[in-house]
Structures are given as C-alpha cells and as structure tokens.
Design a protein around this ligand. Structure first.
Ligand SMILES: *[C@@H]1O[C@H](CO)[C@@H](O)[C@H](O)[C@H]1NC(C)=O
Ligand SMILES: *[C@@H]1O[C@H](CO)[C@@H](O)[C@H](O)[C@H]1NC(C)=O
Ligand SMILES: *[C@@H]1O[C@H](CO)[C@@H](O)[C@H](O)[C@H]1NC(C)=O
Ligand SMILES: *[C@@H]1O[C@H](CO)[C@@H](O)[C@H](O)[C@H]1NC(C)=O
Ligand SMILES: *[C@@H]1O[C@H](CO)[C@@H](O)[C@H](O)[C@H]1NC(C)=O
Ligand SMILES: *[C@@H]1O[C@H](CO)[C@@H](O)[C@H](O)[C@H]1NC(C)=O
Length: 736
C-alpha cells in the first residue's frame, strides 16, 4: 500500500484499510518512509540526512527531529515519522524516497516436541553434540519481550558472550542491568505510538507482560530445565531447540485494552537494530506480513529470517509472510495426546481431549448435572439454568477454532457453569484449567457430541463425570499431522513461490511464560522450533548461506510418519498433506544437518526477480522473469499453458565423490523430465545444473496438482516439492 494516484490509493485502501493503525496526533499519523540502502556507514550521518530531508517538508529541523519515531540507519535507510497526509504525499514525491506507507497494526498470531524431532537431550543426538547445543549462535526474538527470571533463561555454565555482539541492554521498568546475562545478551523495546493509557498495562521495558515472547524464546533456545509439567501433564525436560544459543530480545508487542499493539514501524526498527547488533537468526511469531524490505535487508546481511505462516487454516490462500527470502512455517502435531475420560450417568465412557488437571486442594472428580447448551451462543443459552452444571455445546459450523472456543467459554462461564464439553470439527485447540477459569474444558468429536446429546434426551436428570487428562506419547499417537489451524498456501502475493516452506511442532507446546510453564498452540510455536534448528545447523555449517540452510531444511523434511504412511493434514475432511499444507514436509533436524546437496541462492539474485527499488512501491514487484526460475528448493507454476523449462543448480555438500539419480513424481496431468537424469560429483565437479521440463498433458482448466523431484543415492534423498496448475483460459481459476 503506497501512494500512487488517488484512485489507486483508494482501491488499495479497500483491501486493507481495516487493519491500519491510525494513531492520530491532530491529523497526523505514523508513516514509514523507505530510502533503500544506506548512503553512509556512520548511522548518525544517516539519521541526520533523514532529518534534513524531513525539514524540507516540515519547515524546520526541530519539527523534523520531533516527528521521527524511528530512524532506520543500520541495515537500511528510512524512518517512521508523524506526518499529515499531505506531508506524506510531498515526502513521497522526493526523488530519493522509494516508498511512503502508512504504519499498519498486526496480530500476534515443550517438553516433548524436541524428542519427537529426534533431538533427545538424555541421549543427545550427534547434531546436538556436534553443534555444542548452539552455544555460539545469537537468536533474535521479535515479540512481546521476555521474563528473565524464568528458569529457562539461566546462564549457568555459559562461556563469554561472542565478541562480535554489538547490542545493548536497554534499561526500563522492572528491567535492571542484571536482567541481561550470558543467556539474554541483549534487550531493546519499541513503544512509539502506544497510547499513554496503555502504559499502565505494560512494563515499559523488554519485560514480557503477555507471555507470548517468553514462550517463543524458550522454545527456540530455552536452557535445560528438568521436571517441567503443567500439574503433571506433559511431564519431562523443558528446553529449547538450541538450548545454549544466546537470546537477543526485541520487544514490539504491547498490551492494550482490547488486544495487542504491534506495528510495522516497530518491527522494522527491531530488524534494523538486529542487523547492527549482530544476530544470526530472527524468529518472528507475528502475522506482520512484512514481505518487503526489512527481511530482505536482514538476509542480505547474513541473517536467517524465520516467520510464522498464520493460524487461518485449513482455508487456502490465507498464508502470511510468504516472501521468497524468508522461511515460512506451518504447524504440525506431535506424538502426544491428552485423552480425557467423560463418564455418563449410564456408565458409558467417552474420550475427549483436554488439558484439565485438578488442583491439590480439590477432591476427586464427581458426577455433576449435565445440560444441553445447543451451540452455546448467548441466545441459545438464554433461559437455560446452567449454574453449577456441566454444559454440552455442539458447534457444527466451521469457523476459526480459537474464536468458537472463546465465545463458548465466555457464555458458559458467565452463566456460572462448572464445566464445558465442546463438540467441534477439531480437537486441536486445548486450553488448560487456568485458561478455562478453573473449570474442565473438554473437546470432543461431533459424533461423540451427538452420543452425549442422545443420552441427555433420554434422561430426566442427566449427569456426567470428567476425569483429569492424562498424557499419552509415542507410536500409539498418529503423528505428525498438519494442524487444522495452520494456514495453507498458495501464496497470493507470490504464486510462483511455493509456500509454506516447512512444518514444525505447533500444537500443545509446553514452554515458559513468566515463572511457570504453559501449553500454547499456533504457528507462533512452530516458528521458534525452526529457528532453534537453524541455530544448530549454523554451528555445523558456519559458511552456509541463508538459502543453503533453508534448502537443507526443506529437502530433508519428512513426508511420511514413522510407520511409513504419508503425513496427514487435518482439514474438512482429513487428507494426505500436500505442499500447500507443509511445503517440503515436517522438519527433520538430523537430516538437515547432512542434506547431501543444496540449492543455493546469492541474496543479490532476489533483486533480479523482485524489483524492490521501484519508486513509491513498498512491496517488491515481481519482474517479467517468473520467480520459478529462482534457484529455490521447490517449483511452483501457477499457470502452465505449454511446456516450461526451469533450471536448478545443486551443490554437493556431502562426500566428494557422489552419484545422484533422479526420481520424479509428476503431478497429475503433467509430465516432468529431468536432464541429465544422473549427476556425478567429484573433486573438480562440485556444482551441477540440470533442467526440468514441465509439460501439460491435459487441455483442461486444472486445479493445482502436486509432485516432487528427488535426487538420491545410498546416503541421501534430496527432495523438492512441486505444485503445478494447468491453465488454458484466463477467466477462471480454482485454487481451493
Ligand atoms: C531484573 O531487574 C529487576 C529490576 O532491577 C530486579 O528486581 C530483578 O531481580 C532482576 N532479575 C534478574 C533475574 O536479574
Ligand atoms: C483451591 O486453591 C485455589 C488457589 O490455590 C483456590 O482458588 C480454590 O478456590 C481452591 N479450591 C477449593 C475447592 O478449596
Ligand atoms: C432472552 O430472552 C428474553 C425473553 O425470551 C429476551 O427478552 C431477552 O432479550 C433475551 N436475551 C438475550 C441476550 O438474547
Ligand atoms: C446458535 O443457535 C441459535 C438458536 O439456538 C441460533 O439463533 C443461532 O443462529 C446459532 N448461531 C450459530 C452461529 O449457528
Ligand atoms: C510491477 O510490474 C508490472 C509489470 O512489469 C508493472 O506493470 C507494474 O506497474 C509494476 N507495479 C509497480 C507498482 O511498479
Ligand atoms: C570430474 O568429473 C568431470 C566430468 O563430470 C571430469 O571431466 C573430471 O575429469 C573429473 N575429475 C576428476 C578429478 O575425476
């Protein structure tokens, strides 16, 4: 969204104006100006040039300095400033200015998960040991801050802070010098635009009020903490993926009366500082849709950027953060479940899922009165006395699970109920006893819901007993599966880029929040799993580019579970997962450590496909050269009309003498051939380029179909996913 002509501005506005953060100061709002690469090495000169430029618009240097909320001066040049609409338009006219965009507001979108991924701490995998648990790596977390007292951030036994670190420990409310350590090596916060009334809802420092940032930071790099559980549920050792990696905290998310205050301007400021500070990886569990210049500059400065894909699944085309240069993460379920027994008055036992536990002072479960609450809307509950009773809610419609749950809980709780049994299309979204105001909240399948309903109808006085959940782990739980809520591809902005890239555990992840450990679900939880794996890989392969690391993760991912059956995706109905669900597959850290071949990309290459330096245009424009020619470890062709040839280049990073053969699974309706079909590597031939020709077999307006191209030998299988849609006419497209 940028300033073009007035009519263009209006049409763009219709699409996204609802999410604009309008921080009115008189008639002024926060605008982000982007000026491209910085012209000076000295940041103070860069900032001075910003003030000078602004003073030509605002009249005086003082006003210019006053209006600037953030100066971007380390990784790239730009600023966020309070301007009127006219001033913003005048600014956009200046020849040095690439874009001026209104600031936007956005949303925030583990004991067992690491063992499941083959990174067991008691029997440390080679990857963990060889990477020294990620000790030299600095992970930047852009989120709601951190709780430094959590046991997960102990720096006991850590070596000195890597000397290349140039960050700061910004002091603030309840944040003293000792809050930074050899574990939390840096902390900064970005509060511009937060209204004064919200200050009292927050610590005005990097200290985490919300809990989200502490959870994600401890998932990526939490130290080892023994004996963690939620009242016995999910008991085990809590730790992050790279338990000795260092954390740099950038707080951009703030509590507000009705939600979280989080803006582009702040995320860009955090990225700019992170480039200066020397972080190796940025983990963003935010629905920022920051597809533009911030992440690109970070990557061109050697930082790997990992982004959550969003929680709007299982609908397609609802993926966030799909720029080709970032790693976009989907969420999967691990091999753990929390069965909860519900006993009806007729002794019939039914199984649901919950995180219900009892407090020590409570007596054992007992039978309680059970009532039917319909869909548990306010109208449905009107006139039913639910006080002190367990309420059955059946919601057969399909909507965002978090909202359905929240509404049902609010209505049932405000009526004074003592428990909630919610029948829903998914049981992926569990909320603990605390989250449920102290009551048991059990999710059941809709068919079980109707069994309970039948029982209620047959009794004069229906009763039910809910027992605390137990944890079941291992082979008896079918896993992994792509989670229902995980956003699905394709990318709307970049259909020639296959997204998401990878799936990682994101359902019922136990990690730190303040001084406790809580379960959370979301692509927010999956993202730091990938960041943790990248940290380990960076120690093993310090010379690898961001694209090489991403390639290793995608090409080694699992597409089958441990029984050898294809990984499923929760959806309506459940189905075999395809690349729009999980990209390359479910993350496989040990495989990624030794991928055999990599698909590498020089970060400057992106500029050939995505012109980011277009006057007054914030989002990098796709050039006439289709982006499926970029050397990505995937191929996506949204409009296949005739045979298309794409080239890919692979680099051998395994044994020097190696022979790889190709295995092609052509998508339905398409014939793919690869030339050469065999690649021979030796001491002088380390890089091979091959051609894949992709030919439509049908003259039918097609849906997307999926396939893969695998290079394999005895040690390695290097697999890339392929998505193709045959197109014969322009007027019709079906992506569902
Ligand atoms: C963090 O700083 C606050 C304020 O100075 C202090 O009360 C607290 O004990 C510190 N915590 C740690 C872990 O150092
Ligand atoms: C048990 O203790 C919690 C706080 O620890 C309290 O809120 C609750 O009311 C107590 N329940 C009973 C049955 O005493
Ligand atoms: C509940 O029902 C009564 C009468 O049937 C009606 O007056 C009232 O507005 C209803 N309340 C809600 C919240 O629907
Ligand atoms: C819930 O049920 C009530 C009647 O019981 C109905 O009016 C309402 O439309 C239903 N809401 C949804 C979201 O299905
Ligand atoms: C993006 O590129 C297309 C094709 O080259 C061009 O028509 C369009 O104007 C460009 N968009 C912007 C905003 O520059
Ligand atoms: C490596 O293979 C190439 C052919 O791909 C060949 O020309 C070259 O001589 C080989 N080098 C060695 C050291 O065997």
């Amino acid at each position: 969204m940028a300033f073009h002509s007035r009519s263009q501005r209006l049409s763009a506005c219709l699409l996204i104006c609802f999410s604009f953060m309008i921080r009115a100061d008189g008639s002024r709002k926060l605008y982000i100006a982007y000026l491209g690469d910085k012209k000076h090495d000295d940041p103070s000169l860069v900032a001075a040039s910003h003030h000078e430029m602004l003073s030509t618009i605002l009249g005086s240097k003082e006003e210019a300095i006053d209006s600037v909320a953030y100066s971007y001066k380390h990784g790239f040049s730009g600023f966020a400033a309070m301007l009127t609409e006219d001033q913003a338009e005048n600014l956009a006219e200046l020849p040095e200015v690439i874009s001026v965009t209104p600031n936007q507001k956005h949303e925030l979108l583990t004991t067992r998960s690491w063992d499941f991924l083959g990174l067991n701490y008691q029997r440390p995998s080679e990857l963990l040991q060889r990477s020294n648990y990620g000790e030299d790596i600095i992970i930047g977390i852009i989120d709601t801050g951190i709780w430094p007292e959590s046991r997960s951030f102990s720096d006991h036994g850590y070596g000195i802070i890597p000397p290349r670190w140039k960050g700061v420990c910004q002091l603030g409310q309840e944040w003293g010098r000792t809050n930074c350590s050899r574990k939390i090596i840096g902390a900064r916060y970005y509060a511009a635009g937060l209204n004064k009334a919200s200050h009292k809802l927050n610590y005005m420092s990097a200290r985490d009020m919300n809990g989200h940032g502490t959870h994600t930071a401890s998932t990526a790099a939490g130290s080892v903490v023994e004996g963690v559980s939620l009242h016995g549920l999910g008991e085990g050792v809590a730790r992050g993926g790279a338990p000795r990696a260092r954390l740099a905290v950038y707080k951009v998310g703030w509590e507000e009366e009705n939600g979280v205050y989080l803006t582009n301007a702040a995320v860009l400021a955090a990225m700019d500082d992170a480039i200066h500070d020397g972080v190796d990886i940025l983990s963003l569990s935010l629905a920022v849709d920051e597809d533009s210049f911030g992440a690109l500059h970070a990557i061109q400065n050697g930082i790997t950027v990992v982004y959550a894909g969003g929680n709007s699944g299982p609908r397609s085309q609802v993926l966030f953060n799909t720029a080709p240069w970032v790693i976009t993460v989907a969420a999967s379920k691990i091999d753990r479940s929390f069965p909860t027994t519900i006993t009806l008055g007729n002794k019939k036992k039914l199984i649901g899922q919950s995180l219900y536990y009892m407090l020590k002072n409570e007596s054992n479960s007992r039978f309680q009165t059970l009532v039917n609450g319909g869909n548990c809307s306010r109208e449905a509950l009107n006139g039913t006395n639910i006080k002190g009773k367990v309420v059955l809610c059946i919601e057969i419609t399909f909507g965002p699970v978090a909202k359905i749950f929240k509404d049902a809980l609010a209505n049932v709780h405000s009526g004074g109920a003592s428990g909630l049994i919610l029948a829903l299309y998914t049981t992926d979204f569990l909320v603990s006893t605390e989250g449920c105001q102290g009551m048991p909240c059990v999710l059941i399948d809709i068919d079980i819901g109707f069994q309970v309903l039948t029982y209620i109808g047959s009794q004069r006085l229906p009763i039910v007993k809910i027992e605390p959940a137990s944890s079941v782990t291992g082979k008896q739980v079918l896993a992994p599966k792509v989670a229902m809520f995980s956003s699905r591809g394709p990318s709307i902005k970049y259909p020639t880029i296959l997204k998401p890239d990878i799936a990682a555990p994101g359902v019922n992840i136990l990690a730190a929040t303040k001084d406790a450990y809580v379960f959370n679900s979301g692509t927010s939880m999956a993202t730091p799993h990938v960041a943790g794996v990248v940290a380990l890989l960076k120690v093993l392969h310090p010379q690898w580019s961001h694209a090489a690391l991403k390639s290793a993760i995608i090409t080694s991912a699992s597409t089958k579970d441990e029984h050898g059956t294809p990984i499923l995706a929760e959806a309506l109905p459940r189905k075999v997962a395809d690349p729009f669900d999980y990209g390359g597959g479910n993350i496989n850290p040990n495989g990624a450590a030794d991928p055999g071949l990599i698909y590498d990309i020089d970060p400057r290459e992106y500029n050939k496909f995505f012109e980011c330096q277009i006057k007054k245009y914030e989002i990098c424009n796709i050039t006439t050269k289709p982006a499926y020619h970029l050397n990505l470890p995937s191929i996506s062709i949204p409009e296949l009309r005739h045979t298309i040839k794409v080239e890919r280049t692979v680099t051998n990073v395994g044994k020097i003498d190696a022979v790889y053969r190709s295995d092609i699974q052509s998508p339905l309706g398409v014939k793919i051939r690869v030339e050469p079909a065999t690649l021979v590597f030796n001491s002088t031939k380390k890089v091979h380029t091959f051609k894949a020709s992709i030919k439509p077999l049908w003259k039918v307006q097609g849906d997307y179909t999926f396939g893969s191209l695998t290079w394999y030998n005895e040690q390695h299988t290097v697999r890339i996913p392929i998505a193709v849609r045959i197109t014969i006419q322009d007027f019709y497209a079906d992506v569902a």
